[in-house]
Design a protein around this ligand. Structure first.
Ligand code: SF4
Length: 407
C-alpha cells in the first residue's frame, strides 16, 4: 500500500468544506454561538484522519508513505504519527540516508573482502546515480577526486605573514589555508572583539562610561543567535569596560603613557627571503625609563593557546617587528616587554606578561622562517586535536570533526 504526497496542507487539508451558501453553518449559528470555524476545522481534521487510517487499513503487507521536506514544503503531521519500520542496517527513510547507508556498506564490504555484498551495494548505488540522486556517483565522493594542482595557491605573490595567523597555522595548517583562501564566517564573537578594539582605540580608555556607551552604540550591529545570548553579552560590557578603564588609570598612575599614535600601531617589515610581516599592535605602553611594552587586547574569556617554548606567537611577532625597526618612533634596540590583556578573563589578574624576548628571539626567527615556508608552500598538514571542537576557532572549521558519510 503506497500513500504518496503526504504533504502538510494537502493531507490533512483543513480548508472548511461546505456548500456555496454555507448551509452547513446554519446548525451552529444560533444566537450566542461563535462563528464555528474552530469546530468546523476540527471536524475536517477528524475526517482527514479517518480517511488516512482507512487507507492504511487496506494494506496487506506493508505501507510506504512518501513526503518531501524542503524549504517550501513540509511533510504532513500524519507522517510523524507513524512509527517507521527500522531498516536492517540502521534505517534509511530518505534518499540521502539511503545513499549514505549504501556507501557505508560498500566501504565496509570492500574492507572485509566481501565481494558479494560489495557488488550488491555498488549495483544499488549505480542505479541511484543513474537516477541523478546526489552523492551516489563515486565522482561526487569527497576525497576521491585527483589532486587538481600541486602549485602554490598564490605562486606569483610574496608571502605576507600576519602575527595573528601564526598560532592558527601552528594549530592546523589546513584550517589556516582554508581560512585564508575562503575567508572565515567570523561570527559574533569576532564582531564583538572588533567593536571593543575600536572603542579602546578611539575613545578615552580611562573613562568606563565613555567606553560602555561607545560599545553599546554599536552593539546592535552584532547578529546574535538568540535574545538571551545578546542579553548575556550585553551584560558583560559594563564589567569589562570597568576593568579596561581601571587598567589604564593604574597605568597612568605608574607614569606609563600610551600615545594616540601608539594605538593600532601598524607595521610592515621585510623578512629574509622576500616575505613580509604585516600587522597592527593594539597599543604600545611607554615606561618612564624608556621600556616599551606591546599589549594585545583579547576580548575572549579564556587565555589563547600558545607555543610551548616561545609563548604567545602573536606577541613575539610584534616584538620582532619593533626589533626590525617596523614601528615609527620606537628605536629597534628598545627593550620591549609584551603583555596580553584579557579584561573578560575569569580570574583576578587580567594581564599576562610574556617572558623576555631576547632569550627567545633567535628561536622565534627560526620558527617564523618555517611558518613562512609553510604559508608559501603547496602542502598543508591537518592536525586534528582539541582545537577542532572549539566553536569559534578556525572560522568554525569542522572538516575532521564531522563524521564521514561512510561511517
Ligand atoms: S577539523 Fe581540525 S584538523 Fe581538520 S582542518 Fe579543521 S582544524 Fe584542522
Amino acid at each position: 500500500m503506497i500513500v504518496a504526497g503526504l504533504q502538510d496542507g494537502v493531507w490533512p487539508n483543513l480548508r472548511a468544506r461546505g456548500s456555496l451558501l454555507g448551509a452547513n453553518r446554519l446548525d451552529g449559528d444560533g444566537p450566542g454561538a461563535g462563528d464555528g470555524t474552530a469546530d468546523a476545522r476540527a471536524e475536517v481534521l477528524h475526517d482527514e484522519l479517518r480517511t488516512f487510517l482507512k487507507a492504511l487499513s487496506t494494506a496487506r503487507s506493508a505501507v510506504l508513505l512518501t513526503a518531501v521536506e524542503s524549504d517550501d514544503e513540509q511533510p504532513s503531521p500524519f507522517v510523524a504519527g507513524i512509527e517507521p519500520t527500522p531498516a536492517p542496517d540502521g534505517g534509511w527513510h530518505s534518499l540521502r540516508s539511503l545513499v549514505a547507508s549504501l556507501r557505508r556498506r560498500a566501504v565496509r564490504a570492500a574492507a572485509d573482502g566481501d565481494e558479494r555484498d560489495l557488488s550488491q551495494a555498488a549495483a544499488a548505488l549505480r542505479r541511484l546515480a543513474a537516477a541523478g540522486v546526489p552523492g551516489a556517483a563515486t565522482g561526487e565522493w569527497a576525497g576521491l577526486a585527483p589532486i587538481s594542482t600541486t602549485e602554490r595557491l598564490d605562486a606569483v605573490e610574496a608571502v605576507h605573514a600576519s602575527p595573528s595567523s601564526l598560532q592558527s597555522l601552528e594549530d592546523c595548517e589546513v584550517a589556516w589555508v582554508i581560512d585564508r583562501v575562503a575567508g572565515s564566517t567570523g561570527g559574533q564573537a569576532a564582531g564583538f572583539g572588533t567593536i571593543v578594539h575600536e572603542a579602546v582605540e578611539q575613545h578615552d580608555a580611562t573613562d568606563p562610561l565613555e567606553l560602555e556607551q561607545a560599545i553599546g552604540a554599536r552593539f546592535g550591529e552584532l547578529a546574535h543567535e538568540s535574545s538571551w545570548e545578546a542579553a548575556r553579552q550585553r551584560g558583560d560590557i559594563a564589567p569589562m569596560t570597568a576593568t579596561i578603564a581601571d587598567y589604564f588609570q593604574r597605568l597612568r598612575g605608574l607614569g606609563w603613557t600610551v600615545e594616540t599614535a601608539d594605538r593600532e600601531a601598524r607595521f610592515s617589515v621585510e623578512l629574509e627571503g622576500g616575505a613580509t610581516l604585516n600587522g597592527s599592535i593594539d597599543w604600545l605602553e611607554h615606561a618612564p625609563g624608556g621600556t616599551v611594552r606591546v599589549v594585545d587586547l583579547k576580548t575572549g574569556k579564556r587565555k589563547p593557546d600558545e607555543h610551548a617554548e616561545l609563548g604567545n606567537l602573536q606577541l613575539r611577532a610584534y616584538q620582532l617587528a619593533i626589533a626590525l625597526g617596523g614601528i615609527a618612533g620606537v628605536p629597534p634596540q628598545a627593550a620591549t616587554e609584551a603583555r596580553l590583556f584579557l579584561p573578560r578573563l575569569e580570574r583576578r589578574e587580567k594581564a599576562i606578561d610574556a617572558e623576555p624576548f631576547e632569550g627567545v628571539r633567535e628561536r622565534f626567527e627560526a620558527h617564523l622562517a618555517e611558518a613562512v615556508a609553510a604559508m608559501g608552500g603547496a602542502d598543508f598538514r591537518a592536525v586534528p586535536a582539541e582545537h577542532c571542537f572549539e566553536r569559534f576557532a578556525h572560522g568554525q572549521c569542522a572538516i575532521h570533526v564531522l563524521p564521514e558519510v561512510t561511517e
